[in-house]
Structure formats: C-alpha cells, structure tokens
Design a protein around this ligand. Structure first.
Ligand SMILES: [Zn+2]
Length: 140
C-alpha cells in the first residue's frame, strides 16, 4: 500500500507504476491525452510530501482553475514556468519529506484498472473531484 495516498498494489504495480501505466494509455486515447495535466496534477496533489509547500499551493490553484474555470493546461504551464524561472526549489530534499497517509475515496488504483482503458477519462474526472472536494473541506 502507498504510504501517502493509500492505494493498493495492482498486479504488482505500486501507485507510481500505476500512474506510469495510466500515462501509457494516453498514446492510444486522445481524450485521455488531452487531460494529461489533470492526471499528473491529481497524482501530485495526493503525494504532496516531495514538493515544497509553495509549489503545492500553486498547483492547487492551477488545478481549480483548470477544473472550474476552463483555464488551459498550456496557460497553466506558462504561468508555472514564469513562476519557477527563478531559484524556487520545487522538490523538498529527501530527508525533509514526511509522507502522511490520507485515506481517499479514490486513488490512482480506481482510475488505472488493468485491461480497462475504456472510461478512464470519466474515472479521472471523478478522481479529480474527490481531490478537489477534500481541498475545499480542508480550507473551510
Ligand atoms: Zn500513492
């Protein structure tokens, strides 16, 4: 089980490998490929320990802008590139990472279903909404 998102291993794949397998589907699924930002952002928001706090806060804003305001991934990339052009450190040093287990209603293991690429986009959006709902709750 993943120490951070709680996802079970699926057919020997840990949660990082499940992300890789989901991304591999993008090559055969243009609709999924179009949501690459959402795949990676959702995964990173469920695995914040490796990132600087500022980076995660910025990612949350971008994620909400994408889901709720239709801001394109290209625009968000440009925004991030400008923001991180300086010396901002994106990753925390390994010694400072403290993964905290959170139990989610959905993880990558509910989106990457082996041999079932059909419906992946729909599962992806349900996953993203679970993550978004938690953020809203956390901020209230
Ligand atoms: Zn995980």
């Amino acid at each position: 089980m993943c120490a951070e998102c709680g996802a079970p291993q699926i057919e020997g794949f840990n949660c990082w490998e499940q992300l890789g397998a989901l991304i591999a589907w993008e090559y055969n699924d243009p609709a999924l490929h179009a949501q690459h930002f959402l795949v990676v952002a959702s995964y990173n928001l469920q695995h914040p320990a490796q990132f600087n706090e500022v980076v995660i806060a910025e990612l949350r804003i971008a994620f909400n802008d994408y889901l709720d305001h239709g801001v394109s991934a290209a625009t968000l990339r440009q925004r991030a590139a400008k923001h991180y052009a300086g010396a901002t450190r994106v990753l925390r040093p390994e010694a400072e990472r403290q993964p905290q287990l959170h139990h989610w209603a959905m993880t990558i293991a509910d989106v990457y279903l082996p041999e079932q690429p059909e419906g992946a986009v729909e599962r992806l959006f349900r996953w993203a909404r679970v993550i978004q709902a938690y953020q809203v709750g956390a901020q209230a």
